[in-house]
Design a protein around this ligand. Structure first.
Ligand code: NAP
Length: 259
């Protein structure tokens, strides 16, 4: 139960992509803790997530690869959102576009495959799922919430990650563009930009002692982010507390961007 009704998500359904692990899993659990039922769009088995959501008194439904949950494929967004709604009595309220990948290689040698796959998952799928969700919100006559997952590389250039930087900078721009068009429809489109968080996505960086030390030295909070550090931001942006917040990308970064 939320301490403030404005943050209470009871009776809402949130669709979260890539919630079998990492930040997606933590955000799904945070939303469930605030009262939401969860539909996961996953290509991998979400393990004990359904049990963890049930332990919070909420429902978890998983849409797996049979429905085209590999988000590098172009098709399927409309079907996925329809299946998500059908799985939970016909209505969804929140979409969290979390699934994402990174490919590290010098730009001069970067392969077309590493460009295309990252752009397809991190940006193309975000647009298509957002569009399908917005169409559904309009049909429902309900408004809704879309929260995209951006990055520090929505603001900075990075090194050896050209498609990731391009895609996440695109996510920031797309968040603003969709917010402009959809705010009049009662749809809030915002993003969270996580800093350096301990997940599979950053395992290679943490295993590289020199990079790990350099990253830690630059984070004012002095530690890697924990996936649960996103709980407050995701619940806020999914809730009525953010009803007048449109097109914003909220950094949750231990102070990285302030430096
Ligand atoms: P993660 O542990 O690697 O999780 C990524 C998620 O995306 C997994 O659920 C993964 O599914 C899913 N995914 C990848 N490709 C997919 C595809 N083609 N179709 C469907 N699902 C796919 O990484 P994470 O750190 O939690 O990342 C979550 C989001 O946060 C990403 O958008 C990432 O760019 C962003 N982010 C992370 C950090 C960080 O420091 N960790 C910082 C800024 C932004 P599988 O398990 O099946 O691969």
């Amino acid at each position: 139960m939320s301490t403030l009704p404005l943050f209470d998500l009871a009776g809402r359904t949130a669709v979260v992509t890539g919630c079998n692990t990492g930040l997606g899993r933590a955000m799904a659990l945070g939303l469930a803790q605030a009262g939401a039922d969860i539909v996961g769009i996953n290509r991998s088995d979400p393990g004990d997530l359904a049990a963890a959501v049930a332990a919070l008194g909420r429902r978890y439904v998983d849409l797996n690869a049979d429905l085209g949950a590999d988000l590098s494929d172009r098709g399927g967004a409309t079907d996925l959102m329809a299946a998500a709604a059908a799985a939970v009595d016909g209505r969804i309220d929140v979409l969290v576009n979390n699934a994402g990948i990174i490919r590290r290689q010098a730009a001069i040698d970067f392969s077309e495959a590493d460009w295309d796959e990252v752009m397809a998952v991190n940006l193309g799928a975000v647009f298509r799922l957002s569009q399908a969700a917005a169409q559904r919100f309009v049909t429902q006559g309900s408004g809704g919430r879309i929260v995209n997952v951006a990055s520090m590389l929505s603001f900075q250039g990075g090194v050896r990650v050209p498609s990731y930087t391009a895609s996440k900078s695109g996510v920031l721009g797309l968040t603003r563009a969709l917010a402009n068009e959809w705010a009049p429809l009662g749809i809030n489109v915002n993003a969270i930009a996580p800093g350096y968080m301990s997940t599979n996505n950053t395992a290679a960086l943490r295993e590289d002692a020199q990079r790990n030390e350099a990253i830690l030295a630059r984070i004012p909070a002095g530690r890697w982010g924990d996936p649960q550090d996103l709980t407050g931001a995701i619940v806020f942006l999914a809730s009525d507390a953010a009803r007048y917040v449109h097109g914003h990308t909220l950094a949750v970064d231990g102070g990285w961007l302030a430096r």
